[in-house]
Design a protein around this ligand. Structure first.
Ligand SMILES: Cc1cc2nc3c(=O)[nH]c(=O)nc-3n(C[C@H](O)[C@H](O)[C@H](O)COP(=O)(O)OP(=O)(O)OC[C@H]3O[C@@H](n4cnc5c(N)ncnc54)[C@H](O)[C@@H]3O)c2cc1C
Length: 499
């Protein structure tokens, strides 16, 4: 085992992975598990546990903390907001560290070397057999092979090189920033900088209607914050539909937020942000998206934007290494996840939509499987229609049966396959839906819970299931209605379809 984790006598690893999020970790562990020599580089800042920061992990950790800390009760007990927020922050960091430690253990169990540092690509060596990655770690001391001082000499910079016959780039994404918003990292945040929020806000405005905006809206609502969601379109269906979420599920999330007290302004955008003299509050002008007229003004503690993400492909040396990107900076890949440079692969958010953990993992696994011609590593773990199917973003978006998706909103949602609209667009002529609602079950009625939903989409003539979507709270009790509803749905509608 240990033998596999050394580079060969020319110092070349079978695989170098840049980025230790879900995609990079999966690539490294899959290759190591298949006996290849691998090393992984991630620029996790010093002081933070390695592999504890996939882009979306902070919100999950905050969510779990928010579920446990009862802010109202603690306030009633006389605790100050500063103490409550400290508690929430500590719990969040603990959850993230815990996840990081588990990942570090997995990496160490596979005996693969991992480095903390920022990686940059150099062109392939003269033989074209390997790709060189330079790793810079401002405070590190990897000892060997090259140590360079900083220009001022005051800061030690450890610079060293690693070489791989194959390379996976999995550097993820960062938030898209609205050009007219003066982000200050204190009261005005994007969906990454929010993790540094220094106080428990009483009021918050969130811009966006995708999973990130919805997740944070519910989390801060649970923390007794008055949340206003500013949404450019007329509903959530557009943003969620782009990543394959069923309309009914999108509406269920919308209803749940409203019921929880989140105020949603549709057809709206933030026009102007004024920081007040007290440095702790903001005055926002909100305009109608459709006619650009003033809709309202809002005074709030915090503004957070969650209006999409862009790939982390800048300053990576991609131009020098001649790796091609599209106009948005997404690395262009083949169906096997290989870039135009032979031996250089990319996976996860850095290649573009759907930018989800599940799809990044799927891509990383596929990349390793195909670069080393490992026949069934990925097949063992995922249900899929076509094992050799292409996994580049465009193909994934065309083939929803290729990957299951889990979204950690509250309530959580999971789905695989097609929605009814998508099935019709893809050529099915007669499509039915069978729906089981939690509020129709006895337990749902007793508990007064109404967000649970399980939906099957099926081809009417033959009853073949084309897609399944569910919100989490329905799963426990859905069996009692699912069988009944599904049979009724496919039976009756199947006959209609045959006429
Ligand atoms: C708030 C939020 C909620 C989300 N919720 C969900 C959800 O519910 N379900 C879901 O499926 N997805 C969700 N996502 C998306 C999910 O987090 C991402 O799709 C996933 O993390 C992408 O994985 P990745 O490995 O491609 O990139 P990342 O997780 O971003 O990891 C990239 C890694 O690369 C490292 N890196 C970057 N540049 C360099 C460099 N030059 N050198 C060395 N290392 C580098 C970074 O340090 C980072 O660790 C959410 C995202 C956000 C922001």
């Amino acid at each position: 085992m240990a033998r596999n984790q050394q580079p060969d006598d020319r110092g070349i690893y079978d695989l170098v992975v840049v980025g230790g999020g879900p995609a990079g970790l999966t690539a490294a562990l899959t290759a190591a598990g298949a006996g290849r020599s691998v090393c992984i580089v991630d620029k996790t800042p010093r002081g933070q546990v390695m592999f504890s920061g996939p882009t979306g992990l902070f919100s999950k950790a905050l969510r779990d903390a928010a579920k446990k800390v009862r802010v109202r009760t603690l306030r009633d007990m006389g605790l100050r907001d500063t103490s409550i927020w400290k508690q929430v922050q500590d719990m969040t960091v603990d959850i993230m560290n815990d996840s990081g430690h588990k990942n570090v253990l997995a990496v160490e169990a596979s005996r693969l070397p991992y480095y903390r540092g920022r990686a940059t690509l150099l062109p392939s060596d003269a033989s074209g057999q390997s790709t060189l990655v330079v790793v810079e770690d401002p405070h590190g001391d990897h000892g060997d092979p090259e140590i360079a001082g900083s220009a001022q000499g005051a800061r030690r910079m450890s610079v060293f090189k690693v070489k791989g016959r194959k390379l996976v780039i999995a550097t993820g994404s960062r938030p898209y920033k609205l050009p007219h918003v003066p982000y200050n990292g204190k009261t005005i945040h994007d969906s990454d900088s929010i993790r540094n929020l220094g106080f428990l806000p009483r009021d918050m405005v969130i811009v966006g209607s995708g999973i990130i905006a919805i997740e944070f809206a519910k989390i801060f609502c649970m923390l007794e914050c008055h949340v206003t969601l500013v949404v450019r379109s007329a509903s959530f269906v557009g943003a969620l539909g782009r990543i394959g979420v069923d309309k009914a599920i999108a509406f269920a999330l919308q209803r749940d937020l409203m019921k929880s007290g989140v105020k949603i302004l549709f057809d709206a955008e933030v026009d102007e942000v004024q920081e007040q003299d007290d440095n702790s509050s903001l005055h926002l002008k909100i305009k109608r998206s459709s006619n650009k007229k003033l809709l309202c003004t809002i005074d709030t503690n915090i503004l957070m934007t969650a209006t999409g993400r862009e790939p982390n492909s800048k300053n990576l040396g991609l131009e020098t290494a001649k790796v091609r990107m599209d106009k948005n900076g997404c690395i262009l890949v083949s169906g096997d996840l290989e870039t135009n440079v032979q031996g250089v692969y990319a996976a996860g958010d850095v290649v573009g939509l759907p930018s989800l953990a599940s799809t990044g993992i799927e891509q990383a696994q596929t990349a390793v499987q195909r670069m080393f011609k490992l026949d069934d590593v990925a097949e063992r773990t995922w249900m899929r229609a076509e094992p050799r199917a292409p996994k580049d973003p465009a193909s994934l978006m065309r083939s929803p049966l290729e990957y299951p998706i889990g979204i950690w909103t509250l309530p959580e949602i999971g789905y695989i396959g097609r929605t009814k609209e998508r099935a019709l667009a893809d050529g099915w002529s007669s499509v039915g839906e069978a729906v089981a609602r939690y509020d129709q079950t006895i337990r749902g009625r007793v508990q007064g819970l109404d967000t649970g939903l399980l939906k099957l989409v099926f081809s009417k003539p033959d009853g073949v299931i084309l897609g399944v979507s569910a919100t989490k709270s329905c799963l426990a009790s859905s069996r009692e209605t699912l069988g009944r509803q599904t049979l009724r749905g496919s039976g009756r509608e199947g006959r209609e379809g045959e006429r």
